[in-house]
Design a protein around this ligand. Sequence first.
Ligand SMILES: [Mg+2]
Length: 356
Amino acid sequence: MTGADGDGDGVADWSVETVGMELDAPFGISRGTTATAESVVVRLTDGQGREGVGAGAPDAYYGGTPATAMTVLPDLLAVVEGEPPGRLQRHHAAFDDVVRGNPAARAAVDVACHDLHARQVDRPLHALLGHDPDRAPRSCYSVGLAPPEAMRERAAAAAEAGFEHLKVKLGTDRDRERVAAVRDGAPQASLRVDANGAWAPHEAVRKSHWLADFDVAFVEQPVAASDREGLRFVYEHSSLPVAADESCVTAADVPDVADRSDVIVVKLDKAGGVWPALRQLHAARAHDCEVMVGCMVETNASLAAAAALAPACDYADLDGSLLLADGADPFAFDGIRPDGGLDLSVVERGSGVTGR
Ligand SMILES: [Mg+2]
């Protein structure tokens, strides 16, 4: 029982693995369709045998693959080895010195550190962050790009399961048909749409007019991430509020998009973990933007930590594990209910994730 700090709180051991998971159904966005998801999972053990777990879903779009994550993880873990896991500011400064990019690998280590630290002090992660569990918004359910009839069925099933908010993936020449099908399948649901950067600015504005007729709440990432002037044009002319996801990766991007976005989308796997995601969240607040906490299609070992941020956000999109096939996720988290309700009161300590 010898942590580096002498009382057993230091990280004494670690392990990493990749976990491949089948999706319940292929998930389409405007950039492509996936049938499997791969996460990197980090486990930390302290000198008293307490374990923290974290995960990240590398996405080449954000700089990183499962292979590059596995390559850089030993260097990231060498930073925390022997150190108390709760020294996140110090850890992240050191991460920047040893690894470029790979935000999902950083997130996996960051989440494992947060989980272990919260378990060491015997507190739920959301409480450690000062977040009120009663303020967490409900998660939406994402209806992926598919033929309109399939999207209608998905929307109807999600509404039947109790989801109140649906996010509709768009970005094709048949967008109107798809939204009409979803609206038909879920007449009562609150809808938001996500083009993942697929529209031209004028196209986005034109589509916003009829999307408003379908009672859509807001449009996420209407234009390409790099098209800041296009985003401004959409923001100024759209019938609907605009959310920035791919256009706002970290806190440093917030000032550039805050005058042309109503909502900033924060994700652990973009920002590099809970600590940098909080910086982004507060930067967005400082610019008077609303915030949505989102995710990749990924394991509960990451989503449980993302859920701890939800009380500080206006919207949540934390359905990443719900899109996996039954039993595919090796981790469970009761805080995200199958109807999209977030119930953080069930978390006793740490992120609340449990291994299956
Ligand atoms: Mg998005």
